[in-house]
Design a protein around this ligand. Sequence first.
Ligand SMILES: [Zn+2]
Length: 461
Amino acid sequence: MYDLVIENVKLVTPQGVCAGGIALREGKIGALLEEGERPAAARYRDGEGGFLFPGAIDTHAHLNDPGYTWREDYSHGTAAAAVGGFTTVIDMPLQNEPALTTPELFDKKQEAVAGRARVDYCFWGGLVPDNFGQLEGLDEKGCVAFKSFLGPVSPDYAPLSYGQAYEAMESIEKFGGRAGFHCEDISTIQWLEKRMKEQGRLDWQAFLDSRPVAAEKIATLAVIEIARATGCKAHICHVSCPEVAEVIRQAQREGLDITAETCAHYLCMTQEDLLQKGPLFKCAPPLRSAAQRDGLWEYVADGTFSGIASDHSPCTWKEKHTQILGRRIENVFDVWGGISGIQSVFQAVFSEGCLKRGLPPEKLALAMCEKPARAFGLWGRKGALLPGFDGDLVLVDPNQEWEIREEDLCYQNPISAFVGMRGRGLPVAVWVRGELAAENGRPVGPEGRGRLVRKEKEGRK
Ligand SMILES: [Zn+2]
């Protein structure tokens, strides 16, 4: 006897899409069903021919909790994730007060957020110049990877030099962890930004010119070489363009364990959006050209990416337009950088990728579910429609047309570069470990069903 059978769906499995159904028991996938197969169950649901994806994993989100909860918090951020089809969110250690840089702070963060999540969540550990001695302890706690910056970052979180990255990766290699990087070369960017300001160039084109592809590629190549030298696993965050994706693909072909994510905004938006519409489209690395956006899809299709992340990086309207933490915004360089998107990523890339560009749904599932689960130690529980895996599911109606509107966003601050975007194909029901977590654009059930998921390690569950 199963708890729930979802029938009449197109199952998106690693082998491809097939018509059938799925049976769930005690929060886990019990069986994949042939078309018309109908075992005994407490409840049945007709999927009406929609696609049933595994729950997507957001490899990169800033939920700002505990700390900057006026920007976002677990209640709002995970409600938005549930509605959007992310059933697991890997939450960043910065934009937390304090940043998650010690094992003790792991427990404090868990205490602070437990009871408010609607989807499952993991923690990235912090990696800053003065916490190398804490990394193994953070790994023991269950951090799935360690996040550091090679480019400029907010004052509460210091970047690493390449030498420090080298030493950190030597340490992380010893316990089999993965080091993750924001790859933009700090010296290049700081110099170019200084030059722009000296020339009185304070417009959006100047911001773009201060963060060229070269800066992103220099830092990425450095990480690849340090990974090669130390043997440490690495993850390249938010790849913005095909030039950077290409060097990662080459490193993967050489056999290095380098994973990478891109973001929905790099796949769906361009620098023209920033130039025309301004602050809401500011992010780092910046949006690139239409040709670069188009080229990036090739690397989704060929399996280079382990994640199409949101890099959900919320802020207030004021922080995009007038002032940040009491400081007046004088020009584009002062504007808060970051795009809120955790609720919109899945529908945006399904519409743009699967429907407009003909990306097979199983390739989207590979990039958003299976490969992130494998990269971050969640495989076996998360990442695929397979018996024994968690019942994390996203039912997508491929025919439903949509327009993203502020009033439908669950965020603490419902402002987003995705507002106004139109497309087709919408998550209409989302389950987390067999429980309905969202339906038709609204969260369902109480907060607190989402659980902390620790990295899978030999001998530890
Ligand atoms: Zn980020």
